[in-house]
Design a binder for this molecule. Structure first.
Ligand code: KG4
Ligand code: ZN
Length: 388
């Protein structure tokens, strides 16, 4: 069965076409086309996604991306080229979602094929099984053998709009059993900002371009490497001054004249909000505000030196990710989790991946999206659409 999928929940216009085949133990997908038109350049001057512009771009680009995808998949748009259409219905920017939904509806009517609404976050969850080209197979959670996805599984969804811990306990008991549980329970989520949103806002405070997540991540990684080199060279230079894991509050003994990276590394620590709360929830607004206060003390963002920016980026990333890893670990212990899935735009963060793999150890299977599939894409919508 051929499935065409459409994703327009934010600032990417994405379409994919796959051929899906089901067996008793797994589902195999062949990617026939996978295209994405990114609007990043258009939104950079606004420092974030400007919804009216995003809607206009989706409207303009959807027919173009469709045409390219059908040509790539060697399908004729005049005949019925696919057997079903999957489309993101939410969550996302409403006016952007409607562009994709109306486009998908028109195509479904024209080709007389069913339309499958897909939840964007469920799409992210299934992204970990995909590849952006060629073939891939998703084993059933109910099948046996090595490839089996063992339950209970836990999924950490981290994007620009969400930070959720989702528990996947038992296989679905639907009549047509595609082998995947549609039985999810959200056991924890952010009480305010999403983690990706915090990355983007902190990046803006540091005068870094949109989207800020990858920019912060790049600066932090370089700074981490730099500190490691210094440490290898002269011993643990910063011991005792870096924030401790139970550091829920921020501290900064910062002096307004100290725009000096050497002093800053010794003089501030950002908070790890809700690290020891008894639930699985998160909070990122306080961490973001702590960065704001720190920057206000140092001076106007336009005057921050590259070194200062790097040190703030590193400490912010450490704090943000420590909260994710710690709460995930607690949930793994409580629910005796066998498979951990980490997905969403922030799953592309190198430090998050490294820390999660180290925390999970050898006994838990950890799945991250393949390169190109952590951010928004249509392929994940096609997978979730088919399995639904
Ligand atoms: O899933 P996604 O592409 O869109 C939403 O559904 O929101 O996630 C986008 C978010 C943005 O906030 C972006 O800054 C963040 O993911 N992001 C990152 C990284 N790459 C993307 N955050 C931290 N580190 C990264 N490497
Ligand atoms: Zn997303």
């Amino acid at each position: 069965m051929k499935i065409l999928s459409i994703e327009t929940s934010c600032d990417d216009t994405a379409i994919s076409i796959m051929n899906a085949k089901r067996s008793t133990t797994s589902t195999s997908f062949t990617v026939l086309a996978n295209n994405l038109n990114s609007q990043i350049d258009i939104h950079i001057p606004y420092g974030g996604v400007y919804p009216v512009l995003a809607k206009r771009e989706h409207n303009k680009n959807l027919p173009i991306v469709l045409e390219a995808s059908l040509i790539q998949a060697k399908l004729n748009k005049k005949k019925k080229p696919v057997d079903a259409i999957a489309v993101t219905y939410g969550p996302g920017l409403e006016m952007c979602l409607w562009e994709g939904i109306s486009f998908a509806k028109d195509l479904a009517q024209k080709w007389k094929v069913p339309l499958i609404p897909v939840n964007h976050m469920e799409g992210h969850l299934f992204s970990v099984f995909g590849k952006d080209k060629g073939k891939f197979t998703i084993p059933n959670s109910t099948s046996s053998g090595q490839a089996k996805i063992k339950l209970p599984a836990l999924c950490l969804l981290v994007s620009g709009g969400h930070t959720q811990l989702v528990l996947i306990k038992k296989p679905a008991s639907t009549k047509i059993n595609l082998g995947w549980p549609i039985d999810y329970k959200i056991i924890g989520e952010t009480l305010d900002d999403a983690v990706g949103e915090a990355f983007d806002k902190v990046a803006r405070m540091l005068n870094l371009p949109y989207p800020g997540g990858p920019q912060i991540s790049k600066l932090a990684e370089e700074e981490r490497k730099h500190l490691k080199e210094l440490e290898d060279f002269s011993g643990p230079r910063f011991s005792g001054s870096l924030p401790q894991p139970d550091h829920e509050k921020s501290s900064n003994s910062f002096n307004a004249k100290d725009n000096d990276p050497e002093k800053i590394s010794f003089s501030f620590a950002l908070p790890r909000p809700m690290l020891h709360s008894k639930d699985f929830n998160f909070s990122y607004a306080g961490l973001k505000t702590a960065v704001l206060y720190l920057i206000q003390k140092i001076g106007p963002k336009e005057t921050l030196s590259e070194e200062v920016k790097s040190k703030i980026a590193l400490e912010f990333e450490n704090a943000a990710i420590e909260c994710l890893v710690y709460k995930t670990q607690k949930a793994i212990e409580k629910y005796e989790i066998k498979t951990l899935i980490v997905a969403g735009g922030v799953a592309g963060n190198i430090h998050l991946k490294r820390e999660m793999l180290a925390m999970a150890g050898k006994n838990i299977k950890v799945l991250f999206p393949a390169k190109g599939l952590s951010g928004d894409n249509a392929l994940m919508i096609g997978i979730a659409g088919y399995l639904n």
